[in-house]
Design a binder for this molecule. Structure first.
Ligand SMILES: [Fe+2]
Length: 306
């Protein structure tokens, strides 16, 4: 695959400092407006914007030929492309997000020495307590996994990202959502049908389900209002999840154990009818704010002013 990773995103929020403090607490290493994960490096930038939204996403490509192909495809779609030696830029007008494709080195992730767990009739951890209950250090997300945006023109946005940039479709929910990948992760970008463009959530990989739970519980200490949805397991993508709400109204997700697609021939993309079953395999009832943002009226009013 020519595209190989979701390198970074820039998000816009009205309350930059408050939101920045939240993401530092979430476990990202802050350097001014830039935030890093342990494996992915600088992956988040937070800037000022009248409403919360995705401003830019940057995708890593292997070489110049890959950039040429992306530029050709976007041009064929009638999309203006800005090109320099090692990158290109194009605006997806319906979500108002800028896509950047840049030649970047691949970043192989070192595997974590996950301690063995006991299965039924199989004790791989004998005479010892589970390490997950003994961890005490801070949660440090390993990498940015995916970003989810609402778009009022999902078909056109999908053409831009799939036919233009080169994302692949992993799964979809008919008329509602398209799960797209630019790496071996099941999804790096999810497009949701929405009356207005907005940032739904960003998602950050942690080592295992214990880290998902531990991370969320720490964020909730003294801040019960941050709780949104979790602990659960998604159906599409299979990942464990716990969603929290940042001070701008975006959700941030800790996840682990997502499906990985390394051979396109062996993965069969599915199309599901819209249903809660497509959303999650198990977990608490889905809160209404996951499906319709609490600030939808404000977002729509702001979009009419622009
Ligand atoms: Fe997610």
């Amino acid at each position: 695959m020519a595209l190989h990773r979701l390198a970074s995103i820039t998000i816009g929020v009205p309350n930059v400092e408050e939101t920045s403090r939240y993401y530092a607490e979430f476990g990202l290493a802050r350097d001014g407006a830039t935030f890093s994960t342990t494996d992915g490096g600088k992956q988040l930038c937070i800037v000022k914007s009248p409403t919360r939204r995705l401003i830019e996403l940057c995708v890593g490509a292997d070489d110049f030929d890959d950039l040429d192909r992306v530029a050709e495809r976007l041009t064929a779609l009638g999309v203006p492309v800005e090109r320099d030696a090692a990158s290109l830029r194009a605006i997806e007008v319906h979500s108002a997000a800028r896509a950047v494709v840049k030649i970047l080195l691949r970043v192989p992730q070192l595997s974590t020495a996950i301690a063995p767990s006991n299965g039924t009739g199989r004790a791989d951890r004998e005479n010892d307590r589970a390490p997950g209950i003994l961890r005490e250090g801070p949660i440090r997300p390993r990498k940015l996994g995916h970003v989810v945006i609402g778009t009022p023109e999902p078909e056109a946005s999908r053409r831009f990202f799939v036919d233009g940039i080169g994302f692949k479709v992993s799964d979809e929910v008919r008329g509602v959502a398209a799960f797209l990948r630019c790496s071996s992760d099941h999804h790096n970008l999810l497009l949701q049908s929405s009356p207005v463009a907005f940032l739904h959530h960003t998602s950050w990989q942690v080592d295992d389900v214990d880290e998902v739970g531990r991370g969320a519980m720490r964020m909730l200490e003294g801040h019960p209002e941050r709780h949104t949805w979790g602990l659960g397991r998604h159906f599409i993508g299979s990942n464990f999840f716990w969603y929290l709400r940042d001070p701008a109204g975006n959700f941030s997700e800790y996840y682990s154990d997502m499906d990985t697609i390394t051979d396109d021939q062996l993965w069969k993309p599915g199309t599901w009818e819209p249903s809660l079953q497509a959303l999650y395999a198990w977990g608490p009832n889905v809160p209404p704010s996951m499906l319709t943002p609490d600030d939808l009226a404000d977002l729509m009013a702001a979009s009419h002013q622009n």
